[in-house]
Design a protein around this ligand. Structure first.
Ligand code: SF4
Ligand code: SF4
Length: 69
């Protein structure tokens, strides 16, 4: 089961944090993903083929921007 990212809620826009000031110290979805399926580019990029549906990113996101679908 893959995840869905709500880019309206996600703070990471155009390669930087737009609201909460997490910057490189953010302990969010990218940091907790055990298989590196997420990375911060211009937006948070998700590689579905790597995802093991663990749900860690959903819990880690402080902006409720990720859900398991
Ligand atoms: S559900 Fe787990 S494996 Fe998939 S992107 Fe989120 S943290 Fe990574
Ligand atoms: S933890 Fe949430 S708000 Fe932070 S980069 Fe990931 S999806 Fe965006």
């Amino acid at each position: 089961m893959p995840i869905k990212i709500d880019y309206k809620k996600c703070c990471w826009k155009n390669g930087k944090c737009s609201s909460c000031g997490c910057g490189g110290a953010c302990n969010g979805c990218v940091e907790v993903c055990p298989v590196n399926a997420l990375k911060r580019g211009k937006k948070v990029e998700y590689k579905e083929s790597e995802c093991i549906s663990c749900g860690a990113c959903v819990s880690a996101c402080k902006h409720d921007a990720i859900e398991l679908i």
